[in-house]
Design a protein around this ligand. Structure first.
Ligand code: PDD
Length: 276
C-alpha cells in the first residue's frame, strides 16, 4: 500500500494536497531524496538524510521539523505500508506563504512530504547512452527538485533510440540523467570528482568503497567524451539503477558492447551489500 505523510500527518493518497502557490510548484524551490528499501529495510537511510540536510543548508531552505524527525516518520510510513520492496521519496519545499513574490518568506512554512510506494522492478541488464550537452545549473551537487534538464536528457536519449542521456560539459563527461557515471580503463576505475558539477551519489560512494575493498584502483578525476569512447568498460550507479552496465555511447559500443568483468564484479558486490 502507498503511504503518504504530508506536513505532520499521514493522509490518504487522494487527499494529499498542497496549495497552488507552494513555492515548490511555482519556483521548483525544493529538495528531495529517493531511498531504496530491500526486504523491508531502507538502504543507507542515514546517508540520504545527511545529504537532505546538506541540500537544505546549501539552498538556505528551512525544515518545518528536522531531518531526524523526517527519518523517524519515513520509517513509520514504511512500517505502515507493509512493503518489503519499495522506495521512500522525501521532498521538502519552501512551502506556501501567500501570493507569488521572489522574496523568500520571513515566516516560511515548508512543505514536508514522504511517499512510500512499492518498487518491484530490477535495473536493466545493460543500457546504452546518448551524449547530451550538460546545460544544467552550476549547483548540481544540490539534490534540487528542478529536474527539467534531467528529464529532457532522458527524453533526448529515448528519441535517439538509447536508454539514458550522458551529460557532457565543456568536453568533460559529468554524469547521467539520474545516475553517476564510471568508466574502466586498463583495470582502473574512473569517475568525475565530487564537485558542483555532479550529484554526490550515495551509490557512487558505496561503489568506490567496494572497488577499493576488491583492490581495484579508483581515480576520481575528470575525463573527456572521446576518452570514454575508448574505455574498456562503463556503468552507471544510482539508488534505483544500482550498478548498471553501459555498453554503448552514441554510435559506438563500449567494451565490445558487453558488460565488462570489473563492472559485473561491482554489480554483484553491490547487490550483496544492499541485500546484506
Ligand atoms: N537520482 N546523479 C543524479 C543527477 C541523480 O538524480 C541521482 C539520483 C544520482 C545517483 O545518486 P544516488 O546514488 O544517491 O541515488 C546521480 C534519483 C534516484 C532520482 O532522481 O530518482
Amino acid at each position: 500500500m502507498t503511504v503518504v505523510y504530508l506536513n505532520g500527518s499521514f493522509v490518504p493518497y487522494e487527499k494529499a494536497m498542497v496549495p497552488v502557490e507552494d513555492r515548490g510548484f511555482l519556483f521548483a524551490d525544493g529538495i528531495y531524496e529517493v531511498i531504496r528499501v530491500y526486504g523491508g529495510k531502507p538502504f543507507a537511510l542515514q546517508d540520504h538524510m545527511l545529504r537532505l540536510a546538506r541540500s537544505a543548508e546549501l539552498m538556505e531552505l528551512p525544515f518545518a521539523t528536522s531531518p531526524a524527525h523526517l527519518k523517524e516518520k519515513a520509517l513509520e510510513a514504511l512500517e505502515q505500508s507493509g512493503l518489503k520492496e519499495a522506495t521512500i521519496y522525501i521532498q521538502v519545499t519552501r512551502g506556501f506563504a501567500g501570493p507569488r513574490v521572489h522574496d523568500w518568506p520571513k515566516d516560511p512554512q515548508p512543505t514536508e512530504l514522504i511517499l512510500v510506494r512499492a518498487y518491484e522492478s530490477a535495473p536493466k541488464e545493460s543500457i546504452t547512452l546518448a551524449s547530451v550537452p550538460d546545460q544544467r545549473w552550476e549547483l548540481c551537487h544540490i539534490k534540487s527538485i528542478g529536474l527539467y534538464l534531467n528529464t529532457r536528457a532522458r527524453m533526448e536519449a529515448r528519441r535517439r533510440g538509447k536508454d539514458d542521456g550522458l551529460f557532457v560539459r565543456d568536453g568533460i563527461v559529468t554524469e547521467a540523467s539520474s545516475s553517476n557515471f564510471f568508466a574502466v580503463h586498463r583495470g582502473t576505475l574512473y569517475t568525475h570528482p565530487e564537485d558542483h558539477r555532479i550529484l554526490p551519489g550515495i551509490t557512487r560512494r558505496y561503489v568506490i568503497r567496494l572497488a577499493q575493498d576488491l583492490g581495484i584502483p579508483v581515480k576520481e578525476e575528470p575525463f573527456t567524451y572521446e576518452w570514454v569512447l575508448n574505455a574498456d568498460e562503463a556503468f552507471i550507479t544510482g539508488t534505483t539503477s544500482e550498478v548498471t552496465p553501459a555498453v554503448g555511447l552514441d554510435h559506438q559500443p563500449i567494451g565490445g558492447g558487453q558488460p565488462g568483468p570489473i563492472t559485473l564484479r561491482l554489480k554483484e558486490a553491490y547487490r550483496e551489500l544492499v541485500r546484506g
